[in-house]
Design a protein around this ligand. Sequence first.
Ligand code: C2E
Ligand code: MG
Ligand code: MG
Length: 640
Amino acid sequence: MKIDDRVKQFLGIEHYSSYVEDYFELSNVRSSIYLSCVIILLELWMIISAVVRHLTGSSRRTPEWLFKHLTSYVVLLAAGLIMLIYALLYIKNKKKVKKAGGIIYALFSVIAIGFGIYISYLDYVKGEQFITLITMSISVFCFIIWRPIHTISFLTVAFLVFVSICHKVIPASYATKVNLFIIWIALLMSAISAYHQKIKEAHKDERLEANNNLLLKLSISDEVTGISNMTYFRGQIIELLKNKKIDFTKKIFLFLDIEHFKYYNDKYGFWEGNNFLKNFAQLVEKTFSGSIVAHFSNDNFVIFTDDDGIQEKLDVLRKEIVNPDFEIKMSLKTGAYRPESRDCLPVIACDHARYACYSIKKHYDHDYCEYDSSMAKDFYRKQYIINNLDVAIENEYIKVYYQPVIDAASGNLCGAEALARWNDPTYGFLSPADFIETLEEYHMIHKLDMFVVRRVCRDLAEAKEKHNRIVPVSLNFSRLDFEYIDLAQEVEKNVSEHKIDKGCIHVEITESALTENNEGLQTSLRELRSSGHSLWLDDFGSGYSGLNILKEYDFDMMKIDMKFLSNFDSNEKAKTLLKNIVILAKELGMKTLSEGVETEEAREFLKSIGCEHMQGYLFGRPMPVEELVAKIQSGVYHIA
Ligand code: C2E
Ligand code: MG
Ligand code: MG
């Protein structure tokens, strides 16, 4: 630090932050309460004792003396009272009276020092010690904190005035001058040292406070968007709902989801993506001002707000998201949940609102949905599924059923599809459509699929051990399996453990799982295929992906979706489509299997167009392994 900065610092010629200013003010207010109380009591006592002594005649003074002294006592008493009133008002309501502080301290100090000079002068003239000036100086400069520059000027002037008045009446002796000088120095040193002590403490406290604020901010705010995080959100709502004055029936939880934000991130990168989220978060806070808003995760936000004008506010947000200038077309979906009681837990409420939001995810004509009782049932079923999957696998509530696959030409059994069935002792029968979708949604599907792999391998191994003839089994896999486990390696492990021929395990992957340019998935599928597994394209034509995927992936079998057979009799176009799909598959080097064959007519037709394999209720529903084995043994199914 430069010398002149040090000097400035020593003299207190520096700018104070508002924190330091408040710190000094509060410290002065506290000291001034003690100081003014002492002054008030002292002056009252002086006034009363002077009057009593005058009246009782024990120390009779002239009326002029009494008047002069009483006036000075009263003036000091009044100054003390004013300072006390200010201090009390400041403590009650800081901001409003703060500006008056400087004037009041200055006024009190001038009066107190003036009083000190006056009384000490009278004492000096009488040949007594000038104690009053010293006590008043201590009170003013050591109790109240002044900038050193002010202390030096004010105290020096006070002492010079005192010396010069006294000197005029009775010239001061050398000893008196030295005494006064020493007192002046001592007072200055005490006052300046008190100031430096205080400013050090103030700075230290300021730093601590800043650190505390930073930590508090970090603990309550979200790193990406800067708005509240979920911990703070939950705490705020619990506090708010405790307040009986708040009508919870007029409140609502909103869960916002920016659809296709992922693509925005992919195109512009994380940095831009985060910027977008930050700006959007600020817009949400602004639009829903007075509400509790937080960043839930990724592209999701939650709001606890009044159930009033919500759609208008959401429209403001939608305008921001659905921007024709963006190349990526995003949209905003909102789920809502109305709290049913004051004890409603924010975590559950957000979960319900999220659930409502996700229920309209694939509905392009819906952008707002409220959680209702039918959803509640759905929600609890999903919760049941995800919470009980492990138990169901362990206790074999989930079983693997096999549906026969028939060779069209011979009518012989040429394979089976493994399909999971969950018959729960508590919940009853759970439809695969339900639990598979839920397990995919919660990214737990690989657990089920690996169970199916283990079970199929075990069933095949057992059949081999018993010298039963076996047929290849096709297994359904989810796109997510490839993301969460090394599927090729896991399948390999099970297959080699049970010494099963790889040709006996076919891999089915549904068309909807396939997207263009998915290098990772393509590599994994290629790996499985080259290691000896037959790769089947499931549900072809169910409508999710275009024909382009046929260019990028290599399959051995195309399973034609059962939709084509649904109104097969009455729809000539369905026949034309089927015929051409079979031709297309053949030209691309794939065999075909038609799903959902339920009638003889369908079977005949499929056979006539050259579809090699069939599967459907006409040949058999999915059944337990024992039933399939029994049917093979009893000759219901012939193995080619
Ligand atoms: P998918 O792979 O297309 O399986 C064929 C579905 O059609 C099965 O339904 C089967 O019972 C049904 N089905 C078969 N023949 C007929 C028929 O003639 N008429 C009618 N109407 N339906 C028929 P399921 O078992 O309900 O399975 C539904 C879907 O769930 C399956 O479709 C498959 O995608 C999936 N899935 C089943 N088990 C698993 C599994 O273990 N893992 C995975 N990832 N998905 C599975
Ligand atoms: Mg399948
Ligand atoms: Mg299928």
